[in-house]
Design a protein around this ligand. Structure first.
Ligand SMILES: Cc1cc2nc3c(=O)[nH]c(=O)nc-3n(C[C@H](O)[C@H](O)[C@H](O)COP(=O)(O)OP(=O)(O)OC[C@H]3O[C@@H](n4cnc5c(N)ncnc54)[C@H](O)[C@@H]3O)c2cc1C
Length: 337
């Protein structure tokens, strides 16, 4: 049973697979190769035609699709039913998918239905002596654990940014009929923060906004509106993900001037998130250890701070620009346009 590795990808509203799905496909490939097993693939969503042109690089032995209006929106019952039936039909020993909201919602339930085990947010996979071992972090990314299990099927969700996306190419697929119904009807999508979505796990760049943006500047005035425009402008033009320091998001509860689009969900650090992006730029943020520890998975770190003795200068950033972030970001945004 171990030899069948099933990858499941969910298509988005336009029928495409997003980058984390293609990264999870690389993980599934790595596992199948290591075990000397067979990679099988399944695409679930409203439609799958475009997605079938994206996964050929993995050369799956077979591809199954579960498509139609029922699967155009995420929903526990219908998604779990589709994945359960695919896993049973393919007799998968290992089931792999991206740790996005859609698979994360059903991963534990799927393992329960299959009588298997589940591990989430896997960041690495290797096969040693014929045994599959996967890594995941514990205690807010402070400890890494390597897990092996004899229970099968083993359901794994793969953390975004942990593997390179699989090369594209076209494949043929066989549709699978899944009989299921649900009393839940999705009415629409509401963004978690006001306006645009600003947390983008698959972005190439992370822009961190620190509390300095809301402090009095050289002219003795606070310029929160200007700060908001500069930050959102950059986030949009560079398709960057937004993060913030704890001080920045805590200001709201202290009744001080705030950037309304930054919430505790954006907080990076010891008591916040540790996102994975190739590059990061910290602006108006001091770079204290509890914050900088959340940057451990950012490959190239840069910071802009008026203070040459700030935390970033203490070996926490690759490059520190000692400059006014208002001026620098204005120029950067002009160039991006
Ligand atoms: C147990 C514990 C857990 C914590 N967890 C976290 C966590 O998860 N995440 C986190 O972020 N913090 C965390 N903290 C808080 C952390 O120690 C810092 O207090 C916080 O990160 C400071 O935020 P800041 O750098 O935005 O603000 P500040 O310390 O106020 O720094 C503002 C910076 O902006 C600069 N600045 C001002 N104007 C400009 C300008 N025009 N251009 C350029 N630079 C400018 C200033 O020079 C200054 O360095 C934790 C603390 C504790 C004790």
């Amino acid at each position: 049973m171990d030899t069948k590795v099933l990858w499941i990808g969910f298509t988005d509203g336009s029928g495409m697979l997003e980058k984390p799905a293609l990264e999870a496909l690389t993980a599934a490939c790595t596992i199948a190769d290591g075990l000397g097993g067979e990679l099988v693939a399944a695409v679930v969503g409203g439609s799958a035609e475009t997605a079938l042109g994206q996964i050929g690089g993995a050369s799956p032995a077979s591809v199954t699709t579960v498509t139609g209006e029922t699967w155009s929106a995420p929903r526990y019952k219908t998604d779990a039913a589709a994945c359960e039936q695919v896993a049973k039909t393919t007799e998968a020993g290992i089931v792999v998918s991206a740790a996005g909201s859609r698979f994360s919602r059903i991963a534990a339930g799927l393992a329960q239905r299959l009588g298997g085990a589940v591990d989430t947010q896997v960041t690495a996979a290797k096969v040693e002596g014929g045994t599959l071992k996967v890594d995941r972090w514990f205690y807010r990314q402070r400890m890494i654990g390597t897990i092996q299990r004899s229970t099968r099927p083993w359901v794994l969700s793969v953390a975004p940014g942990s593997f390179a996306p699989c090369a594209e190419g076209a494949v043929e697929a066989t549709p699978l009929e899944v009989a299921t119904e649900s009393r839940t009807t999705p009415l629409g999508v509401e963004a978690g923060t006001s306006g645009a979505q600003t947390i983008r796990p698959d972005a190439d760049v992370l822009l961190v906004a620190g509390a300095g943006w809301t402090k009095k500047q050289a002219d003795g005035e606070v310029h929160v509106d200007v700060a908001a425009d500069l930050i959102l402008d950059f986030a949009e033009s560079a398709r960057a993900s937004l993060g913030s320091s704890k001080s920045m998001v805590d200001l709201a509860s202290e009744g001080q001037a705030v950037l309304p689009f930054l919430t505790h969900l954006h907080q990076i650090g010891q008591t916040g998130a540790s996102p994975r992006h190739p590059k990061g730029l910290a602006t108006c943020c001091h770079g204290e250890e509890p914050h900088a520890v959340g940057w451990r998975f950012i490959n190239e770190r840069r910071a802009i701070n008026t203070n040459a003795a700030c935390g970033w200068a203490q070996g926490k950033a690759d490059v520190l620009y000692v400059a006014d972030a208002f001026e620098v970001m204005r120029k950067v945004n002009e160039r991006l346009k």
